[in-house]
Design a protein around this ligand. Structure first.
Ligand code: MG
Length: 256
């Protein structure tokens, strides 16, 4: 079901989303070579709880009998890992790693969802381009996130932009409506035809999240049942914000 948020609900969304943005502001200062992905996870969880939030991905069911619920506050996905990487004490972040982080904060009954990709330490032009194009794809997409347009207009803009720049989007995962539930309707693919899908209305809150790989757009799931990787081991990046459809320009709720 697509939910239209009231002014009161939008205020609560703003708070959850603001905390999500704040966590990234702190992570940006903290992330460095030598720390583990579990260090990052603990760091984020502490900030969220100190500010009255709950890490919403922690304990999130996999939907599959033999795969346990997600154990972390953050999804931390490195290099060829695209999304849903599980934080670990054994996973050290190295100089030059492309680290994609996804975080959902629950506060006051509402969710704020955002993702960022950091190149830790020394980068290369190709890594920088990957991260920049992924981020820019989000901004290309939300130019169309205005009242009266359709979901397909956003999807089309993201997919076209990424492919025009020589990379590919993940097709098996997509953005989504968000609010009292972490995942609400509509689904928002990162590719598709303009003019298709539901019409955008003020009060809709949407998580728009380009997932981009340098190589072929084929993916695999690791044995942990969660981590999604590129099949050809090419590097991947992820960028996401929760936005609000308004009478005018969209409002980005999770910016730091
Ligand atoms: Mg997310």
């Amino acid at each position: 079901m697509v939910t239209i948020k009231s002014q009161k609900e939008i205020e609560k969304m703003r708070e959850a989303c603001k905390l999500t943005g704040f966590v990234y502001q702190e992570i940006e200062k903290y992330i460095k070579p030598g720390i583990t992905t579990m260090d990052l996870d603990h760091f984020a969880e502490k900030i969220i709880r100190e500010h009255g939030g709950i890490p919403a991905q922690k304990g999130y069911p996999s939907g599959e009998k033999d795969v346990p619920a997600f154990p972390g506050t953050l999804c931390v996905s490195i290099n060829d890992e695209i999304i849903h990487g599980i934080p670990s004490n054994r996973r050290v972040i190295h100089d030059g790693d492309v680290v994609s982080i996804d975080l959902v904060v629950y506060k006051n009954g509402f969710h704020g969802d955002a993702a960022r990709t950091f190149v830790v330490g020394n980068s290369t032009p190709q890594k920088k381009k990957l991260v920049d194009i992924t981020r820019q794809a989000f901004f290309e997409g939300i130019q169309y996130a205005v009242k009266g347009n359709r979901i397909g207009d956003i999807s089309h803009a993201i997919g076209e932009f990424v492919e025009k720049n020589g990379f590919n989007v993940v097709r098996e995962f997509q953005g989504h409506g968000i609010g009292e539930e972490m995942h609400e309707d509509p689904g928002i693919p990162n590719y598709g035809k303009a003019g298709r899908g539901i019409r955008l209305e003020p009060g809709m809150t949407l998580a728009i999240e380009p997932m981009v790989m340098i190589g072929r757009p084929d993916i695999c799931v690791l044995d942990d049942g969660w981590t999604i990787v590129t099949e050809d081991e090419s590097l991947a990046a992820h960028y996401e914000n929760t936005i609000l459809i308004t009478e005018k320009e969209p409002e980005i709720l999770t910016l730091s």
